[in-house]
Ligand binder design. Sequence first.
Ligand SMILES: Cc1cc2nc3c(=O)[nH]c(=O)nc-3n(C[C@H](O)[C@H](O)[C@H](O)COP(=O)(O)OP(=O)(O)OC[C@H]3O[C@@H](n4cnc5c(N)ncnc54)[C@H](O)[C@@H]3O)c2cc1C
Length: 375
Amino acid sequence: MSAREYDYLVVGSGLFGATFAYRAARAGKRCLVIDKRPHLGGNVYCENVEGINVHKYGAHIFHTSNTKVWEFVNSIVEFNRYTNSPVANYRGELYNLPFNMNTFYQMWGVTTPEQARAKIDEQKAEAIAALGGREPANLEEQALSLVGRDIFEKLIKEYTEKQWGRSCRDLPAFIIRRLPVRFAYDNNYFDDKYQGIPVGGYNRLVDGLLAGVECRTGVDFFKEFAGSWREIADKLVYTGPIDEYFGFRAGKLDWRTVSFKTRIENIPNFQGNAVVNYTSHEKPYTRIIEHKHFEMFGDAVYACPKTVVSEEYSVEYAEGMEPYYPVNDERNNAIAEEYRRLASKEEGVIFGGRLGQYRYFDMAPVIEQVLGLDI
Ligand SMILES: Cc1cc2nc3c(=O)[nH]c(=O)nc-3n(C[C@H](O)[C@H](O)[C@H](O)COP(=O)(O)OP(=O)(O)OC[C@H]3O[C@@H](n4cnc5c(N)ncnc54)[C@H](O)[C@@H]3O)c2cc1C
């Protein structure tokens, strides 16, 4: 055993850091987990408001087809039967998502897959004919040639423009490669084998992962440990922003972010669904999340007299905001590649998670990565 106090100093208590610490503790390793936020759990952290778990950093729905990952998370906490089935609101008209027979019935009154396919094919053909043999030059042309005018105009155009802050004609075609359409009455958003929300909320998953592990919150690695961690730990697991670790020496990476306006409503049921997308410019937000529907079903919705809703807005990233999504353009990809090269040479340091690798990962792939590590 090394003379140092810890085998691992883990920076960040999100799902990467917490799962790593869980496995390390079971392997008999001594771990210290630090997080600069005042709470554990990273972006899956929930705040309890009026008895409702509010997803503070954005709605999180666990989904995977990986049985090993599903069994692992269920060994920590039971998962409920939540199934993501968002609804789109276009100027007061409601449509089921993802695009499926319910959507096509609502859009055109068609009732059979054959009728729906004929309608889509007719509209696609119009868009493809308008291109006159050339490739789609922008997102608008691309989406029109994939699903036709009605679906594009009511469910894609303005929603995408709110997300990106630009006209679909000014966005590149490659953003939308595929637009899956389902010729079945199936509103289940994910194709995965398993999905759900931890019973009692994500904090129970994080608490289970970190039970018995030494954790300190409100501790910034760069203020307290950056120069000295090798004195106390053999290895470092770093899940913060990769550019910050290297002092931004190859440049600052950009992020895309979202902001939330959360309020309590004095009614038990505001919109009857966890996720409602607002697909027109009429509303400035992209969606409204009603948090109780992730965990309360049937009568339980009414047993809790209030509800909490969050409007979600797309905003331009600025210094000091939460870094949420990596930006996959040429400049950022090149900078990130340089940091990953530096990271691969950094002795005794494991760079993990979405900030530490500058890659977007859902929760399950993050856990899968940690389960695959040699600890
Ligand atoms: C808006 C949004 C919605 C999402 N929805 C879903 C979903 O529905 N389903 C799904 O599967 N995935 C979803 N995800 C992805 C999910 O959030 C990630 O997979 C998960 O958070 C990754 O965990 P992580 O440990 O890498 O990062 P994080 O959870 O971000 O944890 C990193 C931690 O490191 C800490 N840290 C950073 N720097 C320092 C420092 N200097 N010192 C100390 N601590 C530091 C941070 O405070 C943070 O707590 C969503 C992501 C976003 C942004």
